[in-house]
Design a protein around this ligand. Sequence first.
Ligand SMILES: Cc1cc2nc3c(=O)[nH]c(=O)nc-3n(C[C@H](O)[C@H](O)[C@H](O)COP(=O)(O)OP(=O)(O)OC[C@H]3O[C@@H](n4cnc5c(N)ncnc54)[C@H](O)[C@@H]3O)c2cc1C
Length: 323
Amino acid sequence: MIDFAVIGSGISGATISNKLNKKYSIKVFEKAKGVGGRSSFKRFKNKIGFDHGLQYLSPRSKEFKSFTKKLIKKRIIKLWRGNHEFLNKRVKRDKKHVKLIGVRGNNDISKHLLKKINCKFQSELSEIKRQKNCWLLKFKDNSSAYTKNLIITAPFPQVKKLTSKFVKTKLFKNKVKMNSSLTVLLMTNKTRSNVSSFFTNDNILGWVSNENSKRRFKYNRDLWVLQSTYEYGRKHTDNYRNKTKYYTNVLIDRFKKLTSLKIKKIYFTHIHGWKYSSNSKPLKLQSYWNKKIGLGICADWFGGPRLENGWLSANNLYKKIIK
Ligand SMILES: Cc1cc2nc3c(=O)[nH]c(=O)nc-3n(C[C@H](O)[C@H](O)[C@H](O)COP(=O)(O)OP(=O)(O)OC[C@H]3O[C@@H](n4cnc5c(N)ncnc54)[C@H](O)[C@@H]3O)c2cc1C
């Protein structure tokens, strides 16, 4: 039987697995086809693709800054240079925080941390049961597994659904509100735009990234990631699947109007709704650990809306486990 089953291969699951792997046997279960969670990279032709969720890292804490410096040295992440333009002239440019991206895709950090770890994909955990001194994990495809300890890194509502029977503290009394957003991946003719990203003050389109400016591959068409505002996402993420063409066009039209770029041809579009995109209100604790039953929870939502919060939460949980 494995020592630790870790649910999720985003930054929180990858970080805690990488740390625990030095001492214990670990297996990661991930419901998606690949690594990265909300920092996944969507590939559609060899190396070409889009950062599907997270766009860049902007380290704030001393610990995370030092971790990212090591990753830069190992050529896993790099600086995203270029012209990051604010379409709202009243917003001040954020010159203080650097923008870091994966060298090949923003799931590079998770991939690096999980290099030596046994991961099972397309395995969605649907139920957990306590049996004697271990956990029985039941998956959506009717498979099951036993583990001595269990760590879950999913978004707040999903963790609550799976574990509330076993968590006797006030953790789930907290109101963690997760924001939603719609993302459109778009391939157009070359516009010769020299902008790496656009921030807007629109109420529909929040942000646009120019994938080619990340200099991961050479491509003779423009690749864009359009992200809706949370306000628009909150209203439309639940029903976008019934009208994908409509919502794709809404975001593309806003993009064209706000940037005035010369978009003559659209070659490819893909829309995704992030029901649990990020959260805004941090909790007072950084992670949850119950040694008695071997249940741990770490995720970005303990600390805030950014990838760094997931990394800090996983480090905090690790310290509690080895204490
Ligand atoms: C559109 C978007 C843009 C963003 N932009 C930025 C940004 O620019 N900068 C920034 O710092 N942050 C950004 N974020 C937030 C950032 O992506 C997250 O903070 C970070 O990825 C969270 O990592 P995590 O490991 O805690 O959670 P996740 O990445 O969500 O990982 C959880 C994993 O668990 C898996 N999982 C869930 N339930 C189950 C289950 N039952 N069984 C098996 N597996 C399961 C999921 O598939 C997922 O892979 C953005 C997020 C989104 C969605």
